[in-house]
Design a protein around this ligand. Structure first.
Ligand code: ZN
Length: 593
C-alpha cells in the first residue's frame, strides 16, 4: 500500500512538474489595466505590461497586446515587482523540510526571490532539482562559514558550517565550497548573543577580510550575521556585501556610519525576528528584566536603521524566517510593515523589499523593477501599498518568470511534502573510496553534539588487511552531562531523498573496539536506536529493524515503515571527558536468508 502511495506521489510530482515547466516558448501574456509601482523611484502609473519568455518586453500606458496573447485583467489592481527575503532558514536540520510548503508560503506572500541559509552544501544539488519541479520562488542556496566556537558553528559539523580562523583557512574553505556552486556565503562573524547568553567567538578581521576577498574573486557575495555596531563597521571595512541582522548593542557612532556608507554595503535588519511583541501575541511583561532588555535592543535596532537609511545606506529585506517561530512568507510581509513602523515611508519600504534587495544580491540587472528586459517576477495586489502599507497583505496574483504561481482566487492544492523514496543499496560503505565518500557517494557526517562544548571527532580510513580498509574513529567526549559522538552515513546526497529499506530485514555492520555503541537510524518520522557491545576483535552484527526502538517524544510512537530513511550511523557511548576509539567496516542492510 505504501509503495502504491509512493508511486502515486511520484506521478503527481511529475505531472505537476511538467505543467509548471511549460511556459510555452513564444507565449505572450499581457496584464492590462494595472497601477504600476515599478520600483524605479518614479510615481506609480496606469497601463499594461507585456511578457514573453519570462521577461517584460513592454510596459507603459499604451501597450498593445498582439493577437493570441494571454490576457490577465488587472481591474485597477496594483502591480509591483516580486518581493525578496535575503535571510531565511528552510529547516529543520538533517531532514528535508516540507520544502513545497515553504515555497508555497513565499509565493502566497508575493516573495519571488529567497536566500536559504540552512542547508549543507551536499544538499544543494538535490534541492535545486526538487525546486525545479514545483512552483517556487527563485531559491538561492547559501553556504555557511563560522569560526571555532563561533555562532552558527554551535550545531552540526563542518559538512554544514565551515570553521575558519586564519587567512589561509578562509581561502581554502571558500575553494572547497566552489564545486557545490553556492549562490552566496553567510559568515557568522559576530559572537555576541544579545547579552542574553554567554558570548561566542567572533571572527577576526584578517580572516573575514581574506574570506571576502577569496569569495569576491570567485564572484560570490558575502552576508554576515553581525549584531553589534563595532563589528558592523568591521564588516564594512572587510568588504562584506550585506549585514543580515540588526546592529543593536548601542547606537552607531558617526565614524561607523561613515565606514558602512563608504563600503557600499547593504543593511537587512531582520526586524521581524527581533520584534518584541508579534501581532496577536500576549501583552509583554514589562516587570521582566529580559523583556525590558529586548524592548530596549529593539529600540536601538530601529534607531540604527533610521540612521543608516538617512545616511544613504541601502536597506534590504531579510527576516530570519524559519527560526524562532517566524512563519515563512508572513514574516517577509511583516518586515515591510516594520520598516514603516521604524520610520521609512511605505514607498521606501517597498523599494527596500524589491530593487534594493535585488541590488544587494547583485541581481538588479536581471530583476527587481518593472522595466523592459527584466525578469517577469510580478505581484498583483488589491489596494495601493505605497500609500497604505497594510495593503501588501492583499496579494491576489503572483508570477515567477512570467508564469502564474499563485492565484488567491484559485489557491493551489498542497503538494506532497517529501520526495518519493528510492530503494536503498545493501552496502552503504565498505570504506574503500580514497576520496572519503561512501560507496553510495554520500559524505559521512558527525552531526551529533550541540552547543559550545562539543565532542571532538576525527575519523580516517586505514587498512584492515591487504586491499581492505576500515573507518577508524577517535572521539574526545565533551565535558558535559550527555556528550554525543559518532558517525552518520547519509543514505542519499545531503539526506534529501529518502531511502526505502523494506526489502531488507535489518542493519549489518562490523565493529571493533571494546565498549557500548548505539546504532541509529534517522527517518523522516524521527530517530530509532538499538544498543550493541563490541570487543577486542572484529564482530559482525546483524540487527533486525524490529530491535530498533523509537527514541523521540511522540506519543504514541510512530510505526516503523522502513520507507523514509535518511541516515544510519554508529554512536559511541562514553563518559564526559573520556577519549574513545573504535573501528567500523561494511555498514549496510541485510536481507532475510
Ligand atoms: Zn538566521
Amino acid at each position: 500500500m505504501l509503495r502504491l502511495v509512493s508511486v502515486l506521489l511520484l506521478a503527481i510530482v511529475c505531472l505537476f512538474g511538467q505543467q509548471f515547466a511549460f511556459a510555452r516558448p513564444g507565449q505572450v501574456t499581457v496584464i492590462t489595466n494595472v497601477e504600476v509601482f515599478d520600483s524605479t523611484g518614479a510615481a506609480s502609473w496606469q497601463g499594461s505590461v507585456l511578457i514573453r519568455d519570462g521577461r517584460i518586453i513592454e510596459a507603459g500606458p499604451k501597450v498593445k497586446a498582439p493577437r493570441g496573447a494571454k490576457v490577465i485583467k488587472g481591474n485597477g489592481r496594483a502591480l509591483l515587482p516580486g518581493f525578496y527575503d535575503v535571510h531565511t532558514h528552510w529547516g529543520p536540520r538533517a531532514t528535508p523540510s516540507a520544502l513545497p510548503d515553504v515555497a508555497a508560503n513565499y509565493l502566497a506572500s508575493g516573495v519571488t526571490t529567497v536566500l536559504d541559509f540552512h542547508q549543507p552544501p551536499e544538499a544543494f544539488q538535490p534541492r535545486r532539482e526538487w525546486l525545479g519541479q514545483i512552483p517556487s520562488p527563485h531559491v538561492n542556496l547559501v553556504a555557511r562559514m563560522s569560526t571555532p566556537g563561533g555562532h552558527g558553528a554551535d550545531w552540526s559539523d563542518e559538512t554544514t558550517t565551515k570553521w575558519v580562523s586564519t587567512e589561509e583557512s578562509a581561502q581554502r574553505a571558500v575553494q572547497e565550497l566552489l564545486p557545490y556552486k553556492p549562490d552566496y556565503i553567510k559568515v557568522f562573524s559576530d559572537g555576541w548573543r544579545y547579552g542574553a547568553s554567554p558570548e561566542e567567538t567572533s571572527m577576526n578581521e584578517e580572516t573575514l577580510t581574506a574570506l571576502v576577498e577569496e569569495a569576491h574573486a570567485n564572484d560570490i557575495r558575502i552576508l554576515t550575521h553581525t549584531v553589534t555596531s563595532a563589528r558592523g563597521a568591521l564588516a564594512a571595512r572587510a568588504g562584506v556585501d550585506i549585514i543580515a541582522h540588526s546592529l543593536q548593542d548601542r547606537a552607531l557612532r558617526e565614524d561607523e556610519v561613515a565606514d558602512i556608507l563608504a563600503s557600499g554595503m547593504s543593511y537587512a535588519p531582520t526586524l521581524a525576528i527581533y520584534e518584541p511583541r508579534r501581532p496577536g501575541a500576549p501583552e509583554l511583561d514589562m516587570e521582566s528584566a529580559s523583556v525590558r532588555m529586548r524592548v530596549w535592543k529593539y529600540g536601538i535596532a530601529e534607531e540604527n536603521l533610521r540612521t543608516l537609511f538617512e545616511a544613504g545606506v541601502p536597506v534590504a529585506l531579510g527576516t530570519d524566517a524559519g527560526i524562532g517561530g517566524l512563519v515563512h512568507g508572513d514574516a517577509s510581509l511583516r518586515e515591510i510593515e516594520l520598516f514603516v513602523e521604524a520610520g521609512l515611508s511605505p514607498a521606501d519600504a517597498l523599494i527596500a523589499a524589491t530593487v534594493n534587495s535585488a541590488r544587494a544580491l547583485g541581481l538588479s540587472e536581471d530583476r527587481g523593477t518593472i522595466e523592459v528586459g527584466k525578469r517577469a517576477d510580478i505581484v498583483l495586489i488589491e489596494g495601493k501599498p505605497w500609500e497604505n502599507i497594510g495593503d501588501v497583505r492583499n496579494i491576489s496574483l503572483v508570477l515567477v518568470d512570467g508564469v502564474t504561481v499563485f492565484d488567491a482566487a484559485n489557491p493551489p492544492k498542497p503538494l506532497p511534502s517529501i520526495l518519493p523514496a528510492r530503494p536503498a543499496a545493501s552496502l552503504i560503505d565498505d570504506f574503500e573510496r580514497a576520496d572519503g565518500r561512501t560507496a553510495i557517494d554520500t559524505l559521512p557526517v558527525t552531526d551529533l553534539d550541540f552547543g559550545m562544548e562539543r565532542s571532538v571527532i576525527t575519523f580516517t580510513r586505514r587498512p584492515r588487511q591487504a586491499g581492505d580498509h576500515v573507518l577508524s574513529v577517535t572521539a574526545r567526549m565533551a565535558r558535559k552531562e550527555k556528550p554525543m559522538a559518532g558517525v552518520l552515513f547519509p543514505l542519499s546526497r545531503g539526506s534529501v531523498i529518502p531511502a526505502d529499506v523494506t526489502a531488507y530485514e535489518g542493519v549489518s555492520t562490523d565493529l571493533f573496539g571494546a565498549g557500548d555503541y548505539t546504532l541509529r537510524i534517522l527517518s523522516l518520522k524521527g530517530m530509532w536506536e538499538a544498543k550493541v557491545s563490541a570487543g577486542d576483535g572484529w564482530i559482525s552484527f546483524k540487527i533486525p529493524f524490529t530491535d530498533f526502538a523509537f527514541t523521540g517524544n511522540a506519543d504514541p510512537a510512530p510505526a516503523w515503515t522502513g520507507d523514509d530513511l535518511l541516515q544510519i550511523g554508529v554512536l559511541i557511548n562514553r563518559e564526559a571527558g573520556e577519549t574513545a576509539w573504535f573501528e567500523i567496516d561494511n555498514i549496510g542492510f541485510y536481507a532475510a536468508e
